[in-house]
Design a protein around this ligand. Sequence first.
Ligand code: ADP
Ligand code: MG
Length: 696
Amino acid sequence: MSEGLDKPIQFLKGVGPRRAVLFEHLGVRTVFDLLHHYPRLWQDRHETSDLRRPAAPGLIVLRGRVLRAASRAAGPRLALYQATLATSHGKVECVWFKHLSRRFDVFRALKKEVREGADLWIVGHADPDLIGIREVRVDEHYPLEDERWRLHVARTVPVYALTEGLSQRFVRELSHAALKLAADETIDAVPPEFRTKRRLLAAPQALRGLHFPRSEAELEAARSRLAYEELLLLELAWILKRRQTRGLAKGFGYEIKRTLLSPFRQGLGFELTAAQKRVINEIFEDMRASHPMTRLLQGDVGSGKTVVALSALLLAVENGGQGALMAPTEILADQHRATLDRFLKGLPVRAISLTSRVSKKNREKLLAAVAAGEADLVVGTHALLEEGVRFKNLRLAIVDEQHRFGVRQRTTLRQKGSLIDLLVMTATPIPRTLALALYGDLEVSTIDEMPPGRTPIKTLIASPAQAMAAVRREVLQGRQAYLVYPIIEESARLDLQSAKAEFDRLSKEVFPDFKVALIHGAMPGRRKTEVMAEFSRGEKHILVATPVIEVGIDVPNATVMVIQNADRFGLASLHQLRGRIGRGAAESTCFLIADPRTPQARRRIDTMVETADGFRIGEEDLKLRGPGELLGMAQHGELTLQVADLFKDAELLAHARADADEVLSADAKLSRPEHALLRRRLLALYQSRWNWIDLA
Ligand code: ADP
Ligand code: MG
């Protein structure tokens, strides 16, 4: 790279060692970094033409001449500086507030700049009530005699992520200086043929356009060019990671012996759906390949992923290997364990559970069994990832509810065995383009069919009275019910019904004749397990719960769910929760008690009433929330996307993917000089973050 770009920003005018440290908090060390510290948003700071309709709520931008100015005390610790400005809107009173200091005149600088006869730009806020009397609280002001005002007003200005001690104004001026110094030296990481093919701006133009756009169109062109670059790097990273895995040899083979698989199938008590059979075949084919499997299994809540997982685990065990099944919560791990016990009854398979709840002594015994190969299957939570867990012969690891784990955790699990097969499962299906961006190293299998005999769940908006009456009716017919509340304890601030308080009321007043149980996340794990087991055995009629039951609970006799404050839940959560009912042949109903106060909340509730299709719900959720939130910030961070928006930029992503393929088929290791910069940026971004890659 060049002189200018590599220059530490410490040596830029006005920075110095103290501020340089602050910039390091933002990950900015060099001029190059500063140019790639993109604005978070942009603010329209053209002169306010109508005081009653500011560009942003409360934001006022004015130009005028100071008629008079004076300071005075405004309270015991506060001083105020006031200037009357002649503007195109007439006279406007401008006020500056500062904390008083005994040691120096807090308005010294201001008095020099804001003096009678001076021409000024001001940027400030006004209460709607005060606009009538034209009083503006000033946030920033710029004397016209100092040309720098052109960066801050009468245009669209960038707004950056800051850290304590750095001001927006300073970072803005510094970015501008950096652009002047080095933008032209920025060599394009994107190879020229793709720039032409995709009609992209050159890098220097794009950087200028992003930081200081002169129009909406320029901003969008700049953003999409830089988004393309991010996506190209991401796709390159995925392809390389995948290629690397595919180049590895597992060193063991599988034979479908059926010694366990056949009796397992026969003991299920139901026929696998066509979709289950198809995905099992896909998985088996992967497992029998010479390189390690990395596959994502997606299927809606209740589509029967567990038996698919079990089939794969049994194939590993049939071949003398060990299998691990990792779940995000203890309840779910317990549930899996119970399912395992049910379906493996009578089979010579030794399964154990490892959660954080296992006592220390017991844990040592279990770990020894795992290390000696005396346990065939290990079910657990994050506890499986811990140091002390060593397998004798781990061949297959399955991660349930993949969206709760990141790329890094996936890799850690994989490292528990040398080159093992990995299957991750999710019930939050996402559109294919997005799946590729997020799990680009994974092959995807989809269960797109529900087991037969399910009656679709009815979803209704109801009053508490209606919902409770329905619960009573169902319980009297021998069914069970879930009543879900968003939080545990009563909170004065939020007017939410809490599970604990409601549990007391319901069990004493509303359903004194039924057996009511309570489960919530803050309960000790052992207690949770007991309650769940009682409910599963039908010893309790009603389970009052927080969203801890969101995943994994499987009680086919439960046919009613009431979700209190449903408007406070996210769409994916609501869908997961609802998936706890409708697991048997009887008709199930989900009652939503809601008071949606925003259009989004209303939309979520309507979506739930309209559809039970997980794919549609996933898409809707994405629209309402954006992928960042949907997928968890941890994962989003792993992708290092600053300007690309996986949802909005779906087409750009497809282009980037195709182009990444093309680049790598011509230059598999990015060793050509024209790819040097791509290679360098790729390694800088993903090498350590993903715990990966050799491009040697
Ligand atoms: P999920 O995909 O949400 O993890 P599960 O694996 O928990 O779904 O399956 C939901 C329920 O459906 C379980 O009770 C399971 O035993 C049952 N099930 C799975 N496959 C079939 C099938 N082919 N026919 C009937 N019931 C099935
Ligand atoms: Mg499941």
